[in-house]
Design a protein around this ligand. Structure first.
Ligand SMILES: C[S@@+](CC[C@H](N)C(=O)[O-])C[C@H]1O[C@@H](n2cnc3c(N)ncnc32)[C@H](O)[C@@H]1O
Ligand code: SF4
Ligand code: SF4
Ligand code: SF4
Length: 417
């Protein structure tokens, strides 16, 4: 669930906490499931069990019609291709066998709408009763494709927008033009049937960098004019040395504190106006070196939490390869503290050879998910870096491949919609 909701659990006569049946079913809490528990001030967080497959990232293709400055596609060396009917049919059969069926997110490391049959794939997963989302660069969102996506029953359309003016947008999204994407999005919006809460929802995804962060408020304003109801901002993960100069989280990495952090003073801030009077004091308090809570929420709450594992996700590449997360679908280079880090791909198997649920239940994969949920990896994002952090092969605590301690996705620095 994306939004917060309140339900109640009761303690039975044996002192066991009993959750409502709709909650146990939604989170796949079957007998024997193990659930990570984090305690915070006044709050206990239950994490999803590592046994419940709730979301599948499907990559229709790793090809793309444009060449963004930020994209891993500029620096990788992999085979390009698109998903075959046979591979997709295997995924569909796998989804059909799971109750409730997992959410399907069409994305991956290419442009989903560059595959001629992606919209048909959306319609077919929707026929199973799933939630379906799709992320696109928006350049191929013609009137016809918009109409077909809406008819297919898509729930959320995410469009990437990394600039608010034609110049700043084209400076990141090389080969695309903002006016054309905005026109496509306006057409998509017009094609939706009128409703108080029109479907599909529109989301805007923004990659924040030094060169474009000033555009963010205007991107949000443009999105709101176009009916967007969701916005997702991520930092840039530098895939090239040149992109290291663009990061907005140099000090943030060394400020990442591991909770509970008994060695840091605690600072509790209330909600307040952020305006000309308060702004400087507020931001200096945030940077005071304390462990900060803001109106009860811990600002470091995303530390050591892999959103892919936590949300019960798996990723399926165009060729049917299954990985625990989209970043692990491909061997690639990124930069941590300005040092090269090679992430070797971690593939569990292929849907062409094994059923989706059989892959999900693979004992090594289950053990890996439990390891990531426990997150007993070395603190490479916090530490300055060493020879070991130049790859995901091992870390100084004795963890072996894939060692996730240097992964910025697990520290709330890089995120997906
Ligand atoms: C790889 S793209 C695939 C979908 C589609 N082609 C698009 O651009 O929206 C998925 C998301 O990753 C973002 N992205 C690309 N390169 C990134 C980077 N270096 N760091 C963080 N996000 C990045 C894109 O802007 C997009 O929102
Ligand atoms: S549109 Fe998406 S996949 Fe294509 S180059 Fe840009 S970020 Fe990469
Ligand atoms: S492996 Fe250990 S020493 Fe090396 S960067 Fe990670 S935490 Fe630091
Ligand atoms: S921590 Fe990073 S590499 Fe490890 S599973 Fe999560 S996203 Fe993938």
């Amino acid at each position: 669930m994306n939004s917060k909701s309140t339900t109640w659990a009761e303690v039975d006569a044996q002192g066991r906490l009993v959750l409502p049946p709709e909650v146990t079913s939604r989170y796949g809490l079957k007998p024997g499931a193990r659930v990570r528990i984090d305690e915070d001030t006044n709050v206990v967080r239950l994490h999803w069990p590592a046994t419940h497959l709730a979301k599948v990232y499907v990559e229709p293709t790793n090809r793309c019609n444009i060449a963004c400055r930020i994209c891993v596609r500029n620096t990788w060396d992999v085979e390009l291709g698109q998903m075959s009917e046979a591979t997709f049919a295997r995924i569909l059969a796998g989804l059909e066998a799971i109750s409730p069926p997992p959410t399907v997110f069409f994305g991956g490391l290419g442009e989903p709408l560059a595959h001629p049959r992606t919209i048909e794939m959306v319609a077919r997963v929707k026929a199973l009763g799933t939630t379906a989302e799709l992320i696109t660069n928006g350049t191929l969102l013609s009137e016809e494709r918009s109409r077909r996506l809406i008819e297919a029953g898509l729930d959320v359309l995410w469009v990437s927008m990394d600039g608010a003016t034609p110049e700043s947008y084209a400076d990141v999204r090389l080969g695309a033009a903002l006016p054309e994407v905005l026109e496509n999005l306006a057409g998509f919006r017009r094609a939706r049937p009128p409703a108080h809460r029109p479907r599909p929802e529109i989301g805007i995804a923004f990659v924040a960098m030094k060169r474009n962060i000033a555009d963010l408020p205007q991107v949000i304003a443009i999105g709101r004019r176009l009916g967007a109801t969701r916005f997702s901002v991520t930092n840039i993960l530098p895939y090239s040395a040149e992109m290291c100069d663009e990061v907005l989280y140099e000090r943030t990495l060394s400020d990442i504190t591991y909770l509970p952090s008994p060695w840091l003073p605690r600072l509790s801030l209330p909600k307040m106006e952020i305006n000309a009077v308060t702004r400087e004091a507020f931001f200096r308090a945030l940077r005071s070196g304390c462990n900060v809570t803001f109106a009860g929420d811990n600002l470091g709450g995303a530390n050591d939490v892999c959103t892919f594992i936590e949300s019960g996700s798996m990723a399926v590449g165009w060729d049917g390869s299954v990985s625990p997360c989209p970043p692990l679908l491909y061997t690639h280079v990124s930069y941590l503290h300005g040092r090269k880090r090679v992430s070797r791909r971690h593939v569990i198997g292929n849907v062409g050879e094994r059923d989706l649920i059989d892959l999900w239940n693979d004992p090594d994969y289950v053990a890996y998910r439990e390891r990531v949920q426990g997150f007993a990896f070395a603190v490479c994002t916090f530490c300055g870096g060493c020879d070991l952090s130049e790859a995901n092969e091992a870390d100084c605590l004795g963890n072996t491949f894939p060692a996730c301690g240097g992964c910025l996705w697990a520290q709330g620095v890089i995120q997906c919609p």
